[in-house]
Design a protein around this ligand. Structure first.
Ligand code: ATP
Length: 324
């Protein structure tokens, strides 16, 4: 589709919500309006396309949201959209509302949905990385990852106070089903002694041997950060408590990591990427994912961006080892 044919774009957020998505929506809407395009907001991601839940958006629809967490367009995980039938319904909604192109803000699953729209139905789409997991190809950062790490870190700082005062082992579970990004960042940032991530196998015997050795040399407290996809906190606490005989507590940080006021890097990233997405569509380019690499806008084919990026850095393990 050439640029002249695009008159109206749709925007949706999909998958897990993340702080900064609103800044992205605002940027897409206002950039498109400034290009003379109409904008439609799709409520609850791909499910909203299936259910024909579409609203017109104007300059005012996105007023005062740049600093708000969550997403004003709501988000969802839609199993139906993974089916041909669901995708055909979604396409019918796009046609019904005369939407010529779509901006999708979401994680790797949302990218795969966008890729389907492009590859199977030749529908113009551009995707933006909206996930706290920072696990997408073609970008150094994803919208929401900074705030999520900061939120988890603040919570762990509070836990550290009691860990140290009560002389305990504490297992802290953070989000990350397939990605150890948040766990990695907060383990190093909080000065934790152990890090468990889905990308790397671990051995309870080795961890417990370290804890016992540390105890013999006078170490009185221990913080273990686990990503939910590596091992659940209760399981880790049980395994370590049983093997060492030391009192071991756990805490699951859960959804607090998704919420809150987006930090500056997430807002700024979302704002830049939203504008870049509209820019691409106006130039007649689609089937792309937009990110940043070395602070510069980076555009990659959606097919490439769908591959998950392993963000695990061995350097982090060395740091934890040396600084414990
Ligand atoms: P997060 O990183 O926060 O989990 P995500 O975008 O990866 O975000 P998913 O639930 O995996 O979250 O995907 C969001 C939606 O994208 C799904 O509910 C589904 O509608 C669509 N989707 C996911 N995988 C596919 C796929 N393989 N084909 C088509 N659509 C998909």
């Amino acid at each position: 589709m050439s640029s002249t044919e695009i008159k109206k774009i749709g925007v949706l957020t999909s998958g897990g919500d993340g702080p900064g998505m609103n800044a992205g929506i605002r940027s897409v809407v206002r950039s498109a309006l400034s290009e003379g395009l109409e904008v439609a907001g799709i409520i609850r991601g791909y499910q909203g396309l299936i259910d024909d839940d579409v609203i017109p958006m104007n300059h005012r629809s996105v007023a005062n949201i740049i600093n708000r967490g969550g997403t004003i367009l709501k988000t969802a995980r839609s199993e139906e959209f993974k089916t041909d039938e669901g995708q055909k319904k979604a396409l019918a909604t796009l046609k019904k509302h005369n939407i010529d192109a779509l901006v999708v803000i979401g994680g790797d699953g949302s990218y795969r949905g966008a890729r389907d729209l492009l590859q199977k139905y030749n529908f113009p789409v551009v995707a933006l990385p909206g996930t706290i997991d920072n696990d997408l190809c073609g970008t150094d950062q994803t919208i929401g990852c900074h705030t999520a790490v900061h939120t988890a870190l603040e919570a762990i700082d509070k836990i550290r106070d009691t860990v140290h005062s009560m002389e305990r082992i504490f297992v802290i579970e953070v989000m990350g089903n397939h990605s150890g990004y948040i766990a990695m960042e907060v383990a190093v940032g909080s000065g934790a002694e152990e890090l468990l991530v889905p990308e790397r196998p671990f051995d309870y015997e080795k961890i417990c041997a370290k804890i016992k050795k540390g105890h013999e040399s006078g170490k009185i407290s221990w913080m273990i950060v686990t990503a939910e996809g590596a091992a659940k906190a209760p399981e880790v606490a049980e395994a370590i408590g049983t093997r060492t005989g030391f009192e071991t507590r756990f805490v699951v940080l859960g959804h607090i990591q998704r919420g809150g006021v987006p930090l500056a890097p997430d807002r700024i990233l979302a704002t830049r990427l939203g504008a870049a997405a509209v820019d691409l569509l106006v130039k007649g380019e689609s089937g792309k994912a937009v990110g940043v690499v070395k602070r510069q806008i980076n555009v990659v084919p959606l097919t490439v961006a769908c591959e998950k990026q392993n963000s695990l850095l061995e350097e982090y393990y060395r740091l934890i080892e040396v600084l414990t």
